[in-house]
Design a protein around this ligand. Sequence first.
Ligand code: NDP
Length: 448
Amino acid sequence: MSTIDQEVAGYYDKVLKRNAGEPEFHQAVAEVLESLKIVLQKDPHYADYGLIERLCEPERQIIFRVPWIDDDNNVRVNRGFRVQFNSALGPYKGGLRFHPSVNLGIIKFLGFEQIFKNSLTGLPIGGGKGGSDFDPKGRSEAEIMRFCQSFMTELWRYIGEYRDVPAGDIGVGGREVGYMFGQYRRLVNQHESGVLTGKGLTWGGSLVRKEATGYGTVYFTDEMMRANGDSLDGAKVIVSGSGNVATYAMQKAQELGATVVGFSDSSGWVETPNGVDIELLRDVKENRRGRVSEYVEETTGATFHKDGSIWDLSADVALPCATQNELNGDHAKALVDNGVKYVAEGANMPSTHEAIELFRAKKICFGPGKAANAGGVATSALEMQQNASRDSWSFDYTDNRLRGIMSNIFNIAANTAEEYDRAGDYIIGANIAGFKKVADAMLAQGVI
Ligand code: NDP
């Protein structure tokens, strides 16, 4: 083992010991540390002042009880989390996830990724993440509202427009942000619009925020394809999931001339050889909060599958947009065997380590989540800018800003990879570029 390998193994060992039972967090840290080896080789000062150890330790972790009463008058108790990971570049910024799988390790992996992603956007935002193990599925509107109010009754004291600005993620969309904003406003007795992003358009929200993560993922993919002499026009694309990110990734991919050949949710997947009817999908998922099988019942030429995997479809481009570790080594092999050339992560860490290694070995162009899905948080930062200046921008202006930011992110990742003799490795490029900006700020700000 080289000295650098040993040094980095030492950092990783400490993370394993101090954060037992948090495999997703370990996975996210391992991937970044692997990329940092060549940085530390070239610029050893990035390890000075305990920088790597500090980077892997959240500045603050908040865990709280969220009691609420269901429609049958039973008291329910969930657990709430907010991990304020790193504020060297700006206030903590990152979404809230409501899903039964949520635990501290998952929130820490998401918060850790968020540091580098937010850095890559070029905007002044630090990294954080939060959520709860609350399952919104099957809950009435009134139950969702009561839960959101109880969640915010505890969270409010830790957030603020200059401190920590949460947004949505899995299970948290415009409706939930609305209920949480209402409760925050009531508790602090101020209409502090900059405290949450993803708000409604008439009370401080930004046009394009809802579409931003999906659109941004496709803008990134478009840049990656062009840089490699290809285009989305005429391409076949698989998009997993059918939530916020997936829906708008599908819409933009089709607008740019691609055919979306499949999408999914946790109940199964749908094959759509002739493309996706976005309006029907939005009606099923956004308005009716239904399952993807309902889409198939109301259209022709689409088939629903409970078994098998969406990754068995044949396509040029794969955009995993559902959840972490949804694309494993076997899935990656099936995609490669079926001719996939480009993969970009709309979700956070959807590809396992084995899948990534296979894509690397087969020279598949791969856009990691912290670069490819940064459009959501970037547009949240644009929402914060509009709130601060009491302004609201047009759709086209905001969409152009998003497009420009995604293009910059791609170029930074590509150029940094080249600078470190790893041309075409956008994982290395994104990790190093995201890291260096945060690390420089941390070094300049002293040991805190
Ligand atoms: P949504 O809740 O809107 O949608 C999530 C989608 O993923 C749903 O179709 C859901 O299906 C599916 N899904 C969730 N868990 C699983 C699972 N275990 N197995 C299979 N399918 C699953 O969330 P978002 O679209 O907002 O988020 C999707 C991903 O994108 C997440 O990784 C998130 O962290 C990431 N992301 C989101 C951003 C945003 O702006 N919203 C920004 C950047 C990243 P079902 O309805 O059946 O549960």
